[in-house]
Design a protein around this ligand. Structure first.
Ligand code: G1P
Length: 293
């Protein structure tokens, strides 16, 4: 098993029911966060961690995702003619980010099933799984830390985050024991979307994974679990009980769940406030607006 260079896998075949009606005809991964679709942030995060090969698992009605990462010669020519270098760079950026591939999931049978669709592209190599709903602050180095831990320990690594009890049922939750490193834990068990009472800890899996390829044979025999879907969490539970184990990196930085409406709005406001072109005016407006609340 070789570790680097690793490829990234972005499952994007889900139906996006949490964001209806916006996602009725449009993939949720294409919802703009300020002025870029959510999925572009995820690809940029992969590139920042040194990954240059990205596989996106898509489903029906998801063609706008592949269009976004393609070049648009007629638009590029027009912007060039106008001499608008800024917009030209913005249009060209997604198609120049990385080597992006697509595979179809057909019948979406869960996250574990989606990850299994990456098998022939990834082969016998480690790979990162990045869920498009989770937006990690670009200033953070979470994925690089996970890749380092994966290389060091030769085992799958998941990102964990402390969440309040009222949100725990939305996540895969880890049972853990400490290691000799701060914020690195060994996973002894995992439960997909437990009730508050069943949750083995307050550490939820957020959508970043660095997986060893031996997850594939496990996924091949993983039976449908929670919600009748083939769950990646269940396969990781089995891997955690095996020889190599599974580790968790505890993330304490800023993360938005852009699949949830309130988090999505907060992400846009915070990220726009930090932008040089939009921030000053938006912050001033927000201060005035807050007075009216
Ligand atoms: C998926 C996983 C879950 C994980 C979550 C992170 O759930 O199944 O284990 O905690 O992503 O965002 P989903 O949010 O797709 O229902």
């Amino acid at each position: 098993m070789s570790n680097l260079p690793i490829k990234a896998v972005i499952p994007a075949a889900g139906l996006g029911t949490r964001f209806l009606p916006a996602t009725k005809a449009m993939p949720k991964e294409m919802l703009p966060v300020v002025d870029k679709p959510a999925i572009q942030y995820v690809v940029e995060e992969a590139v920042k961690a040194g990954i240059d090969d990205v596989l996106v698992i898509i489903g029906r009605r998801k063609n706008s995702i592949s269009d976004h990462f393609d070049s648009v010669p007629e638009l590029e020519a027009q912007l060039e003619l106008k001499g608008d270098a800024t917009k030209l760079a913005q249009v060209m950026a997604p198609s120049e980010l990385a080597d992006i591939h697509f595979v179809r999931q057909g019948d979406p049978k869960g996250l574990g099933h989606a990850v299994l669709r990456a098998k022939s592209h990834v082969g016998d190599h480690s790979f990162a799984v990045m869920l498009g709903d989770d937006l990690i602050d670009a200033k953070e180095d979470l994925l690089s830390r996970m890749i380092d831990q994966h290389t060091k320990r030769g085992a799958s690594v998941v990102a964990l985050m402390e969440v309040p009890p009222e949100h725990i049922h939305l996540y895969g939750v880890a049972q853990i024991e400490p290691t000799d490193e701060d914020d690195v834990v060994r996973i002894t068990g995992m439960v997909e979307k437990p009730s508050r009472e069943e949750a083995p800890s307050n550490l939820a899996v957020i959508g970043r994974y660095v997986l060893s390829p031996d997850i594939f044979p496990i996924l091949e025999h993983t039976a449908p679990g929670k919600g009748g879907e083939i769950q990646l969490t269940d396969a990781l539970e089995e891997q955690a009980r095996g020889e190599g184990g599974v580790y968790g990196v505890v993330f304490r930085g800023r993360r938005f769940d852009t699949g949830a409406k309130l988090d999505y709005i907060e992400a846009i406001v915070q990220l726009a406030c930090e932008r040089e072109d939009l921030g000053p005016e938006l912050r001033a407006w927000l201060k005035d607006f807050a007075k009216t609340l």
